[in-house]
Write a protein that binds this ligand. Structure first.
Ligand code: TYM
Length: 325
């Protein structure tokens, strides 16, 4: 049976990349799929150091953000990853099917292990991600561009398991929204990222209208003051057009046509306006929900219960196939 699974790390308020690359699709899928799980993946977040108090708080913040974006707990199971111990347990079994050389090729390890010490957890993290997905025998995984290689590893791992122990896991496919990759507002050659130290580089769902206007006004573009869409040679302006398009549901071509004759500086104000208007109700709803932590905890408790009920029989079957029972 079709089942959607995806995850997001509880490392602060989501930014426009998270929203346009993933969360917007998460919401839309609720109209077409009847079995959906969205996990706030705290186990993943500690692969790099986290302050415990901040992490604890981020869990509730992220829950508020998912709800405010339109994830409906009646339609989707929202849960905290560490509340379902089978993620880690299945992760171990899958890690025994995964070669070191396969993991060493993955881009996030190459990148992050240079910045930090590079923990064993950071290295094996993609295996845990495969376990997240396969534990529910998921078939569809909505993610942004940066997760594609992790999904390929998940597919390989499912095939390997099926070959060794017998056909059991569906090979899941990635579902990509229209904004696969939103770029940093300060450096359009890199993606918008939660860990970017430059505050001007990312727009968060809770940014005020003034902050949004400032960040977009200062977005790095190029020396051509004209609105054309060409992600290769004009990544800065093209990124703004992508954001604008996703925020308004106007097509890229319509935007370019409508913006003929505008200078980049004038165009930026239009984009800022669209972002402000789109995020306004979301920001207000996040603030409202943040004031009701008991409700957020209830959503997470009931999500964890549902997720455990789904995970337990799958993990049991795996244990039998592997020879533990
Ligand atoms: P995370 O928390 O880094 O990001 C959450 C989602 O946001 C997408 N995303 C972007 N999309 C477009 N442009 C960007 N600049 C941008 N930045 C982030 C990501 O692709 C992702 O879909 N490893 C995952 C979490 C995870 C997971 C899973 C996902 C754990 N287990 C199982 C799917 C299935 C991560 O770190 O996402």
């Amino acid at each position: 049976a079709p089942r959607v699974f995806s995850g997001i790390q509880p490392t602060g308020i989501p930014h426009l990349g998270n929203y346009l690359g993933a969360l917007q699709t998460w919401v839309q899928l609720q109209d077409t799929f009847s079995s959906i799980l969205y996990s706030i993946v705290d186990l993943h977040s500690i692969t790099v150091p986290q302050d415990p108090a901040v992490l604890r708080h981020s869990m509730l913040d992220m829950t508020a953000c998912l709800l405010a974006c339109g994830i409906d707990p009646e339609k989707s199971c929202i849960f905290q990853q560490s509340q379902v111990p089978e993620h880690t347990e299945l992760g171990w079994i899958l890690s025994c099917l995964t070669s070191m050389s396969r993991l060493k090729q993955l881009p996030q390890w190459k990148m992050k292990s240079q910045q930090n010490e590079g923990s064993v957890g950071l290295f094996t993290y993609p295996v845990l991600q495969a376990a997240d997905i396969l534990l529910y025998r998921s078939t569809h995984v909505p993610v942004g561009d940066d997760q594609v290689q992790h999904l390929e590893l998940t597919q390989d791992t499912a095939r390997k398991f099926n070959k060794r122990y017998g056909d059991f896991f569906p090979v899941p496919v990635a579902l990509m929204g229209t904004s696969k990759k939103i770029r940093s507002l300060r450096d359009p050659s890199s993606k918008m990222s939660k860990s970017d130290p430059q505050t001007l580089a990312t727009i968060r769902l809770t940014d005020t209208p003034e902050e949004i206007v400032t960040k977009i006004r200062k977005a790095v573009t190029d020396f051509t003051s004209e609105v054309t869409y060409d992600p290769e040679s004009r990544p800065g302006v093209s990124n703004l057009i992508s954001i604008h398009s996703a925020m308004t549901e106007l097509g890229v071509e319509d935007i370019v046509r409508q913006s003929q004759g505008l200078e980049t500086a004038q165009y930026k104000l239009l984009v800022a306006d669209a972002v402000v208007e789109k995020l306004r109700p979301i920001r207000e709803e996040i603030q409202r929900l943040q004031g009701d932590p008991d409700f957020l905890k209830k959503v997470l408790d009931s999500g964890a219960q549902t997720a455990r009920q789904l995970a337990s029989p799958v993990y049991d079957a795996v244990c039998k196939m592997v020879g533990f029972r």
